[in-house]
Design a protein around this ligand. Sequence first.
Ligand code: ADP
Length: 744
Amino acid sequence: MGRSFRIKVRMRRFRRRHPRVAFAIRSFMIFSATFGGAYGFIAGSRAEKSGYDPNAFAIGASFLFALACLGLATLSMRLRFVNKRLRSLATHNEALVDRNWELKEAEERARSLFESQSDLIVLRDTQGRITFANDAYCELAGQARSALIGTRFDFDVLEQGDSALESNGTRVHDQRIATPIGARWIAWREGFVRLDAGQPAELQSVGRDVTDRTETERALSEARDQADAANRAKSRFLAMASHEIRTPLNGIIGMSSLLLDTTLTPEQTTYARAVKTSGEALTALIEELLDYSKIEAGKLDLEQRPFALSTLVEEITELLAPRAQAKNLEIAAYVDERLPLDVVGDAARLRQVLLNLAGNAIKFTAHGGVALIVEPGLWPNEISFLVRDTGIGIAPEAQSRIFREFEQADERVARTYGGTGLGLAISERIVKRMGGRITLESEPGRGSTFEVSISLAPAQASTGQTTFPSPDLTGNSILLIAAQGIEASLIARRLERWGGQTCTVSDVDVALALLPERSWHAVLIDRALGPEVAARLGDAARSHAVQRLVLLTPATRHEPLSPAFTGYLVKPLRAASLAARLSLAPEVASPELAPEPPAEASVTPSAVTKGLSILVAEDNEINALLMRSLLTRLGHRVVIATHGEAALESWLAAKSAGTPYHLVLMDIQMPQLDGIEAAMRIRTHEAGEGGRRTPILALTANTLVEDRYACFEAGMDGFLIKPLDREKLEEALAGLAASRHLAV
Ligand code: ADP
């Protein structure tokens, strides 16, 4: 089958290739067949013994004729069939011609598109010879396409930029090349393409002229570097300037404190106090400016450390309580029990924000009070800090403006209250940096509520306790006798959360009538109603309440109390103190006044450390005098050195005499040998000799983080920020004693 097919195919091919020879062979064969047939018949019929029979001949001829007719009919049918196939092939052929034409057109279009691209396109064979280059490439090369094709032409590379390899094998790189129109930056994308199956792949390079972009980027980066340098210089300048301002301020504040400790006439006292207050206001202003510049320079580094939420908030209210109480304002805090006990974040910065908001709230409130409420926010881990006041409020048009730097809601009001208009700008930036937001709701004349919402993750509890310990007061009735206000409502809210049935009464007569109504678990009486009224209420409660607690302000804490009371609580109330008081067994709490929890007690640090010999290295005469006075008053012996060299000599002399200093207070900026260098030398001596290490505290007006690092790197144990006062010094000495750095 296969063989005959192959023979047929060969014969057909032969016929196609040599049509004339085929025609001659065919004609010869027909002629010989016809001639042979006719000759045979005639010769046969003429022979004598042929037995020719005309009838048989007629039958035979008819049969042959019929056979011929059948052959003709079959041939005609085949012819028609072949014609039909030919027509369909012609149609198909036409379609192919159209398709071919379309393809040619598309190829032409693609080629012209390729050629007219503004990007440079060049194809090279394996030997690096150009096989195609588009118009843009030819134009940049300054040569005709025909001149480039087949050559190994390439641009001179002036600079090679970054290069990267993509996952699909494409190499991406930048080059600065020399062209007839000057140096240009080209961003190339190069990869191998196979144009024809069976042919080796060609390297296709597509380049985009990015000169403008690259140069703009370079200019921008240079400008940024310059701006950074300028910013650093500005921060440095601010730090220097603040140092220079703080040093004399230190003298002013310190000297006026010393002056106030001497015997003065009332008039002199007023003047000295005014000097001190102005100095302190100036220090606060410098600190705000420095803070602002730090935030502006992007130097705000946030810590991530666990801290106790309620302690932070309660400390803020306690810190501000004297200011609020001096204006006859209430101040109270409320931390929702659903919140974690400890969270992770930057407690110092959060304190700064809340202190500013709560400080403003006190500043702009004349009647009523200020509340700090901490609640869970909208999102998981989000905490809302609400600072609410009943003050002057803020007009709607000023509400967004006041968050901008140096903006105040009302110029006239600002003149009355003072301030720089930086506090809210700083607070907002800190909160944004923490990933949170500050919102404000306020109505003129009715007060304002600032809400800080930030995400603070709960800390891993070391004690296993994660939420606030709340006593169970279910079924206990508590009577709260106090003026209706922020504090009373927050205490009532807290007691109710703990399950207590709370009744708040502000009218004394109503309270007296209510007392015998039932047996109360506790009665809380605010001494602000008046000492006599409070005592009367306490007496009346004796037979109706197991616990009779009086609410005091820090100022009235030391005044004598009626024995009718079983305990006292200091306002603003700490939730833990309230919880501790209410969960005490009555026999423990009664009949004497139980002492306040130790959290509120203070230890006098000076009791811990006394009689130290201290070397003070300080070049500023007034500051040195101030340090001497402060330390002598605290019971210490002081030697002053006016520069680093003298300090080092004095330290060495004391050591070799067998009476080494207990402590060195070292100013950082000093002539000859600065504080850092002097401290390093002391540490080097100590390392060589062994023995005890003298604690060194830096005295600095610089609050920049890098300065602090420099102090620690030089081997100092801590630093004291100028201006110094007695409390700061005492605190630092107590801190050293507690950490066993000071051996007396
Ligand atoms: P400063 O208090 O130093 O002026 P702030 O940025 O803290 O600067 O506040 C900007 C202004 O916003 C204030 O001057 C005041 O007009 C307004 N403001 C801020 N807090 C309150 C508030 N609790 N009640 C009324 N006005 C406020």
